[in-house]
Design a protein around this ligand. Structure first.
Ligand SMILES: C[S@@+](CC[C@H](N)C(=O)[O-])C[C@H]1O[C@@H](n2cnc3c(N)ncnc32)[C@H](O)[C@@H]1O
Length: 269
């Protein structure tokens, strides 16, 4: 996977993505980072100016169309030469679709992705119309620049590139797959500050452990992210069973049924 980042601060992106798992993935050649300085494409050879006042007035400066367009064309030509296909171009912007795991897995299928990082008041609309394929936000707040959002997206997407995580399966069991948050996890020691690891996790019974984890995931999602829980519930409706059973609270019943349904459906839990 090759990431191309159009930015006024390339060192911010390369420094920020040089350590830990992403740094190692880069060293192993599993991903590549091509942070390109938009300023290098300014027609203003003396001051390398890339921004100007906005028409109609208002506070702040706007990034101009020409340097961004020329920067993009250079990147696109190189990609097309190798790959024959124009890349998707993501403008990271608070005005975009909010980034989530579904978008991550979709973007992870691409071979090349181009990110445009805005700064100041943003970017001249005309170049956005010309080159951008996707408008994506990392949340409903405004940052000073697009570098951090681009880094967030690159990190999340890289986790789905085969080989980047030691255990590829962990990307599939993390929160948000199947619209559930991940279950609580514990490591050694078995007891800490008087708190014991749930005995089921020490039982060695993998089926029971899976059932417990699913149950915990459901409870946690319901409590912390009711919006996700509703989504999950609509995809996993409890099935009415005719069997006589002990009377349970309605919540426990929903969980009980769903654990069974998921087992029957062979869900990846
Ligand atoms: C100060 S912001 C400009 C905000 C713009 N004037 C607006 O109101 O939509 C500068 C740049 O930071 C980036 N940015 C800021 N907040 C962001 C967010 N929540 N998600 C993605 N990018 C963001 C964008 O690239 C944006 O062009």
């Amino acid at each position: 996977m090759n990431f191309h980042i159009m930015t006024l601060f390339p060192e911010m992106v390369t420094d920020g993505l040089s350590s830990s798992i992403i740094g190692r993935a880069k060293e192993k050649g599993l991903i590549s980072l091509n942070a390109v300085n938009i300023r290098d494409y300014s027609n203003d050879t003396k001051h390398h100016k890339v921004d100007d006042y906005t028409y109609g007035g208002g506070a702040g400066m706007l990034m101009q169309a020409q340097p961004i367009y020329d920067c993009y064309i250079d990147i696109k030509n190189k990609i097309e030469k190798e790959n024959g296909k124009a890349p998707r171009v993501i403008y990271v912007t608070p005005q975009g679709k909010v980034f989530n795991q579904e978008i991550v897995t979709e973007l992870a299928k691409e071979e090349n992705l181009v990110f445009l990082c805005g700064h100041y008041e943003g970017v001249d609309e005309r170049v956005l119309e010309e080159i951008v394929t996707d408008y994506i936000s990392i949340g409903d707040y405004v940052l000073t620049g697009g570098e951090l959002p681009a880094m967030v997206m690159i990190d999340a997407i890289s986790r789905f590139v085969p080989g980047v995580l030691n255990n590829d399966e962990s990307a599939m069991t993390d929160s948000f797959n199947n619209n559930l948050l991940e279950y609580p996890q514990y490591s050694r020691p078995e007891e800490w500050m008087g708190k014991k690891v749930p005995p089921i996790l020490l039982s060695g019974d993998h089926k029971k452990v899976d059932e417990w984890r699913l149950e915990q995931s459901i409870l946690r999602t319901k409590e912390r992210r009711p919006d996700l829980y509703e989504k999950w519930l609509s995809e996993n409706p409890p099935v009415e069973k005719k069997k006589k059973r002990r009377k349970k609270s309605s919540e426990a019943q929903v969980i009980d049924e769903t654990v069974k349904d998921s087992e029957n459906n062979g869900d990846n839990i």
